[in-house]
Every structure is written in structure tokens, then in C-alpha cells.
Design a protein around this ligand. Sequence first.
Ligand SMILES: [Zn+2]
Length: 492
Amino acid sequence: MIKQFVRTSLLSCASIAVLAGCGITESITESASATGTQTKGVPKNIIMVVADGMGPAYTTAYRNYVDDPSTPEVETVVFDEILVGNASTYPARVSGYVTDSAAAATALATGVKSYNGAIGVDVNKQPVNSVMHHAKSKGMRTGLAVTSQIVHATPASYIAHNESRKNYNEIAEDFFDVRVEGKFVADVMLGGGTSYFERDDRDILAQFIDAGYEYADSYNRLASVPAGSNVLGLFAPVALPAVLDDKRKNRLEYLTQHAIKHLENDNGFFLLVEASQVDWAGHANDIASAMAEMHDLALTMEYLRDYVKANPDTLVILTADHSTGGLTIGANGDYRWSPEHLKSMSASVMTIALEMANEDNPGEFVAQKLGLSLSEEELATLDSVSNQDDETRFMAVKTFLDTKTNTGWTTGGHTGVDVEVFAFGSGYQSFTGQIDNTDIAKTIFSFIDKKQPVIIDSDSNKVSEKVSTNIELTSDEDDDGLCDFKEDWRCN
Ligand SMILES: [Zn+2]
């Protein structure tokens, strides 16, 4: 069997309208055979799940959090079933070793490392195209389902091009203005963010409605949109509520199910899902929200696991963009972690901290919202902060839970540790072992390319109009098919 490595210009400059110049993303296309028909392990549908901020300590903490303490073992969870490897997350050299969500999302979306703050642009601030642009260029349906505002760093990097993640209004304009061969980049967009789309200076929401998109402004309204529609679903002015405060405790699973309902078609689809608020819990050093957001993600992964069982031509990848907060399971030299104190909460720490100021018995109010019976001393401690400002009350309640659970944190920002990679379904083997975050995008690009027959002439160097040059030819003695590992020696 001959393996051909072909450097492909994914989208021509003319084929995509971008606001500032034209960038061409390149990726390695591995053509499996001279006929170029679909190879084994090439998925029809690709679902990329990003858990923002979910370093390895979060998945371990979650396993402990849902553990049944009456049994001798710690039961495994969905993440344990699907783990395949580990990814490095460092940004472009100019930003050092610790990435932000924008540079990491740009890497995951485009395969190009950039500086912290970059949205779909390289270190020279030139636009680079994402796997979502590429999927659209190949006739796939495309979408996203997130719990942040949809213009936040991770979803933005799959659609927009901007030198700064902070330019939310410009990014929202890109959602309408950036086109792939005249088509919108995303057919389905679910999350928060009406304030960026329904503005006095430009009503992008109205533009999408005029362009034929169904609009849903509530979870329940979303359920009534006919399957196969193009949908803009914006359920909050900015981000969705924290899951502990939301009416739907499975909101990400719900949005994911509905996105898939609208995306399924014969040509396949690409869907980006983001558990956006794991990161925000990490920044706030809030273990209660961290575990609650992880639970919403776990429900989503269980749903996707079942979806792939019924639709084995689908690939699901889950990773984090980085870790947040320096979470530790156990702290201060004490070999104890007590997540059971987090299991009966009926509101987020932030909401409890805001509302306790209006209560006659703030300590009792906090105890009731936490679902815990507290000592007189603990109640008095909470009573004593009720007249303080919002920030002080928040810190008091969250520190109270840190002490109860013996949770540690090292930073209010990100850390540079590698993150786990999870994958299952068609082609999952391509993500095993130690990889880099850019490898995930490169593999998705190659899968999308392989979905369409590639025509190679008798000289083995002309592939199609969109392929510029033939880079390398190697022979492979192995007749079993593609080597799924990055380095060939691992398959010998
Ligand atoms: Zn963050």
C-alpha cells in the first residue's frame, strides 16, 4: 500500500470572505489508497467537546464526588471508559508555556498555535481557517452548543477571526459576515449572548432571522423547532446561568441533543460542544460549581456514548483547553477530601452569597441552601460576613466549602499542565498517546478530507483542484490499513 502525504490548501482565498485579508490553513492530508475511497475509521460525523479548564485533577475529583462511599472501591465514571491519551497545551512561543482559552481554542480549531488572546488568527494576526470552516466547505452541516455566550473564546475560534477575544461585538459580526463559499459557517448555534447579537448599532439577530434561521430564546422553545432547521438559540443576555442555578440541571446535554437533531444529514456534520463554565468555577476557586459543571459534562458524555453506540459512524473527541485554578484533592498537609458536603446544594456559591445579604438569619439561610446542618460556630462565622460586600461574602462561603471538603487551589488563573484526551467512535484511535493540542485539529482536517473521494492521476501527484503540491511518498509494507499512531514505529 502506498501512503501519500499531500499538503493541501484547504480553502482558497476567494472561497472565504473574511474581514481582514486572507489566510490559508494548511494541513497534512493522508490519502489512504490510490482510489481514495473512504477508509476504515473515517467518521461521517465529528463531535468535538471542549471542557474549558478541565485539568486532570477535575476528572479525578469528579470520580470521587460521585463515588458511593458504602462500597470498598471508587466506582469508575464515563471519563474512565473513554480516556485515550494526553495533550500538551502550550501557546505560541511569544506567550510562553501557559495558554489562555483563546490561543488554545485557536490551536484546537485550526491546528495553528497563536498568542494568548488570539481568535482564529496566527501570531501575525492573519486569519486561519478552522475545521468548522473546512467541514462547511465539504458540504457537512455544522454547529455549536456551549454554556458561555457563543462569542466566547472557544466557540469564537471555530468561526471568527479577531486579534482579541475581548472584541465580542466584532466577533458576533463575524458569525454573520464570515462565509464559506457564500454559506454561513454554523447552521446551529446554541448558548448565551443576546446582548451581542441584538444591538442598537446592528441587529445581527434580525439578520439571521431574515436569512432563514429559526430563533429560540428559551430551552422549551428550542424543543419545538422542527428537526433539520438552521437555528440560533440564545438563552441569556451573556452566559447561561451556572448549572447549580439553572432550571435544567442537564442543560449541556439538552443543548447537545437538540443540536444533533438539527445537524443530522447524509453528508455528516461537525459539532462543537463546550462545557464552558468548568473554567469559570476554576477561576473563582469554587469547588461546588466545578463539580456541578463536571456533572453536566458527564451527562453529556453519557448521552454521546449512547449516541455513538446507535451511530457508530460518529467520532467524539473530548479534551480541555488547559487546567484552571491549580485544583488539588486534599490540601494543607491533610490527607482528606470530603466531597459529600457538595452534594445537596440548591444554588451556586455566588447566588447564595448574593442572597444571604437580604436574610434575617444569614447563617441558617446558607446552611439550608448548602443542604448541610452546621454548628453554632459555623453559623456565627457566616452571620458575621452578611453585612460585607458581595466579594467578601462570596469568599466566605467558598472558603467555608474549601475547608469542609479540604480542597486546595494555587491560582485564580490557568496552569500549564497537559490535559487528558478522550475519544470514542469511528477513528478514535488517531488520538491515542501523547499528542499536542494542534494534532487534534490536524486529524479532524484529514478526516474531513477523506470523507470525499480523492482522485489521483497515474503520476500520483495530481489530486484535485484544491490540492496544491504533493509533498512526500512513502511505502508501507503493512497491508492491514492505516497506522493510527502519529509515529509509524508504534505500529510495527
Ligand atoms: Zn479561563
